[in-house]
Design a protein around this ligand. Structure first.
Ligand code: SF4
Ligand code: SF4
Ligand code: FES
Length: 388
């Protein structure tokens, strides 16, 4: 007869759950779900050895275990601390934890630019959400922020270290998923930066996943950058028969254009299945995919403000009222070029000219890559020269 496994009882914010030995406090909290789940910026359950860097998931262990019920003297990182039988944990029920988390957010933002309005990640950025939910309204940091020039990591990915929070997720992804790591964190402390030795491009067919795991706008998709704001796009689930990966993706569409392809993310913002570069960067036609249906978007997300599911279109009123079909004025798309332009055919942003007879013309990206490697010692940020 199989031996019955002993389970550990852990209480988090007054909710008790039984979990297997070896479960971390964070995993136990995720099993309970809801507001008591600590936020995470570096932990990623789909990757090994993540967590322990950002400290946003800190909690108070009010009682270590039934055997030794003393509280732990300091707040602990819940992603790296395993539960013990009889452990009592406080997260949102302890004001000291919330206060400490504010401090962590302030630290994460010390060197972070105030770039959200021009950042490609805005609207789906974990740091943006974290700052709103757990940060303070101001910063006490009065010094010059460190800045870097953008670097193209191969043809598909762009790195802007200025926005990096050094969570190491991309390094673990390159190691464990792409199986070929050519980048890592060089230097330490204030000088630490994600870098590739001698600007090696990262050419593994799974390297595009570093974009999905990056919680901020430091690693972005060069085939999508500044094509659109994420809240104007419509995410749909789609799949294709791919010889390299499972081919299960999320398409970000505008009209009939596939502007971006990403992995599908779960409720914790983690990729469900890693996807290959071919699916991500090369399959940008609707005909490449079998569309499954609209993605369910968390109602708190700015993306859900697009209200594209459950739409009940009002009936046509013109015809019954006017007893005739609408004329040109009501049929503007038939006479403009708006629907004839394929935004995927141009590498930069569209301009008025693009829609007025020259579908391949494009404007300048305000944040185009500038020449230069690594730290920008001039102290300017090419996104915003006024960034201190
Ligand atoms: S990564 Fe971009 S969107 Fe996120 S907080 Fe930084 S500037 Fe804002
Ligand atoms: S580039 Fe992104 S994923 Fe990589 S360490 Fe920086 S924040 Fe994390
Ligand atoms: S998520 Fe636990 S330390 Fe970053």
């Amino acid at each position: 007869m199989a031996e019955e496994k002993k389970l550990f009882k852990v209480t988090i914010d007054n909710i008790t759950i039984e979990v297997e030995p070896g479960t971390s406090i964070l995993q136990a909290a995720r099993m309970i779900g809801g507001d008591i789940v600590p936020p995470t910026m570096c932990y990623y359950s789909k990757l090994k050895n993540t967590g322990g860097y950002c400290r946003t998931c800190m909690v108070k262990v009010a009682a270590g275990s039934t055997a030794d019920p003393r509280p732990m003297p300091k707040l602990v990182a819940s992603c790296r601390t395993n539960v013990m039988d009889g452990m009592i944990v406080e997260n949102i029920t302890n004001p000291a934890v919330l206060e400490a988390r504010k401090g962590v957010v302030e630290f994460l933002l010390i060197n972070h630019p105030l770039d959200c309005p021009v950042c490609d990640q805005a609207g789906e950025c974990d740091l943006q959400d974290l700052s709103y939910a757990h940060g303070t309204e101001g910063s006490r940091f009065e010094f010059r922020k460190r800045t870097f020039e953008r670097i193209d990591l191969g043809p598909y990915i762009q790195l802007h270290m200025t926005r990096c929070i050094l969570c190491y997720r991309c390094v673990h992804t390159a190691n464990q998923v792409a199986g070929q790591r050519e980048h890592g964190v060089l230097d330490r402390g204030d000088h630490a930066q994600i870098a590739t030795y001698i600007r090696e491009s990262l050419d593994s067919e799974f390297i595009g996943n570093v974009i999905d795991v990056c919680p901020v706008g430091a690693l972005t998709d060069r085939t999508f950058r500044f094509k659109n704001r994420v809240w104007f796009t419509k995410p749909v689930e789609a799949h294709r028969d791919c010889p390299t990966c499972k081919g299960k993706v999320r398409l970000w569409m505008r009209g009939d254009d596939v502007l971006r392809v990403t992995g599908r993310k779960d409720q914790w913002g983690e990729v469900e299945d890693w996807i290959c570069n071919d699916c991500r960067f090369e399959k940008k036609k609707v005909s490449d995919w079998v569309i499954e249906g609209p993605t369910t978007v968390n109602r708190h997300s700015v993306i859900s403000q697009g209200h594209y599911t459950g739409i009940k279109k009002p009936g046509e009123t013109f015809e019954p009222l006017m007893h005739r079909k609408p004329k040109l004025l009501m049929d503007i798309h038939a006479v403009s070029n708006v629907n004839k332009v394929d935004l995927n055919n141009i590498p930069g942003p569209a301009t008025g000219k693009t829609f007025n007879g020259d579908p391949l013309s494009m404007g300048n990206n305000p944040t185009d890559v500038k020449e230069g490697v690594g730290r920008n010692m001039a102290g300017t940020d090419s996104t915003n020269p006024d960034t201190p």
